[in-house]
Design a protein. Structure first.
Length: 442
């Protein structure tokens, strides 16, 4: 299927046409936005319809089997347009290309050029025929999100070495950006109309450790919080529990613009599995971090992700996980079945949990989370909440509270006349497990 994040920039003249298809995570989306920014005022026209493009660029995801399969499917769909459409050139970039370039070159002769995860400038130069330096003023992001929110990538790569994860193989070790560099981009985004910044990295809580003049996420939070009032919300993603220090918690608690929300992937709750995963923290340590968060920020909502079916996961391990989820009652949760990643430490372990059992355990967790989410949302009925309006389509307005991130969390269906990008007061009138309904109030 084509990604919803295809670039839309129209041109006055007849120029070579390019379509960008961005797959995978928010970090990949930022990469696509950087590429799009490099093309904005070049000699090419970026179009939203792949069938109208002479060149298609597919920014691939290489993390987990399902994402790899989707990337290959999209590449093959695009390649068909060489036979039946106006497509002349197919370019592939991103994580899948970074990691499996040699194999892809053998298996996909339809692709004209492969690039890696950090080759934005090379891609722009290849498509435009002219060099694009780092300081090129045209080389700014062009957002593929709605104009009122944007992802702010504060670091690339990861040093953690979790046993199941291939991100360091594809994106390298952590390379943090400096605070002045991040702050400059954040201000530029806000000046362009962005009202919500979503802070992302592979591990946001280890931000700054690798810089010559070491800084911390807490320092960055304090600086971002000084941006003018046009910025309403700052949302923190991908906080590794083992690196969630008290100074970060305190910075979140005192910052006026930081949402009472944290994405904190715990991955499991069995000490044996967590040790094998190389997570650096056991169940009690995770419980301690969550308790500290809830004491410092009483209204905080926590999103997590977990993996079921990890090699050697027994019924007792799975029961510990379910018991922990019942105890903690995460507000938002994503669950993945274990997928063997070539080159990772876990790939040397026997993948001995049958596929059917992995799927069964995933379903059990989702049923458990449905109950928790439904009960928590029911408590919001009758409450007035601030909601940002993400879109209005066919007369239906969809928005989010400060407790919800785009694409992955709860929606609010709003009755009343509202504009996309506006922040409105909404009285919650109905709820289910993953959706609220409400009416605007003065």
């Amino acid at each position: 299927m084509w990604s919803p994040f295809s670039g839309v920039i129209m041109s006055e003249s007849e120029r070579p046409t390019v379509n960008i298809i961005s797959l995978g995570c928010a970090k990949n989306l930022v990469d696509s936005e950087i590429l799009l920014g490099g093309l904005r005022k070049s000699t090419v026209e970026v179009v939203d319809d792949p069938e109208k493009a002479e060149t298609i660029v597919v920014n691939t995801c290489g993390f987990l089997d399902q994402a790899r399969e989707e990337s290959i499917d999209v590449i093959l769909q695009a390649a068909e347009l060489k036979k039946h459409g106006r497509l002349k050139q197919l370019v592939v970039m991103g994580c899948l290309s970074e990691r499996y370039r040699a194999a892809l070159q053998r298996e996909l002769p339809e692709v004209d050029r492969f690039f890696g995860t950090n080759d934005h400038r090379q891609v722009v130069s290849f498509l435009t025929g002219k060099p694009h330096a780092k300081d090129d003023p045209l080389f700014f992001r062009s957002l593929l999100t709605p104009g009122h929110y944007a992802y702010l990538k504060i670091a690339e790569g990861c040093d953690n070495g979790c046993s199941f994860c291939s991100i360091p193989i594809m994106r390298g070790l952590q390379k943090s950006r400096t605070i002045p560099d991040i702050l400059s981009e954040a201000k530029r985004l806000v000046e362009g109309g962005v009202k919500e910044l979503l802070v992302i990295a592979q591990d946001s809580t280890s931000y700054g450790w690798d810089l010559t003049d070491k800084v911390y996420l807490s320092d960055l939070i304090k600086e971002l919080d000084t941006i003018d009032d046009d910025l309403r919300w700052i949302r923190i993603h991908y906080a590794h529990p083992a690196h969630l220090s008290q100074r970060i918690i305190d910075a979140m608690a005192t910052a006026a613009k930081v949402c009472r929300y944290l994405d904190i992937p715990v991955q499991h709750a069995s000490d044996r599995i967590l040790m094998s995963m190389r997570r650096g923290l056991g169940r009690e340590g995770i419980r301690d971090r969550i308790q500290r968060l809830r004491e410092a920020i009483p209204e905080i909502r926590l999103r997590t992700s977990i993996i079921v079916g990890y090699p050697g996961e027994t019924e007792d391990d799975f029961k510990m996980l379910c018991d922990f989820l019942r105890e903690i009652e995460f507000d938002r949760l994503g669950v993945f079945t274990y997928s063997e990643e070539e080159g990772t430490p876990a790939a040397n372990l026997p993948d001995n949990v049958p596929r059917a059992l992995k799927d069964e355990r995933k379903a059990v967790v989702m049923d458990l989370q449905n109950e928790i989410s439904a009960e928590k949302n029911a408590r919001l009925v009758g409450r007035e909440m601030v909601v940002v309006v993400d879109e209005v389509k066919d007369g239906v307005a969809l928005g989010r509270t400060e407790f919800d991130s785009p694409e992955v969390d709860n929606l609010v269906r709003i009755s009343g006349i509202v504009q996309p990008g506006s922040f409105v007061n909404v009285l919650i009138t109905e709820s289910d497990a993953y959706e609220l309904k409400g009416v605007t109030v003065q």
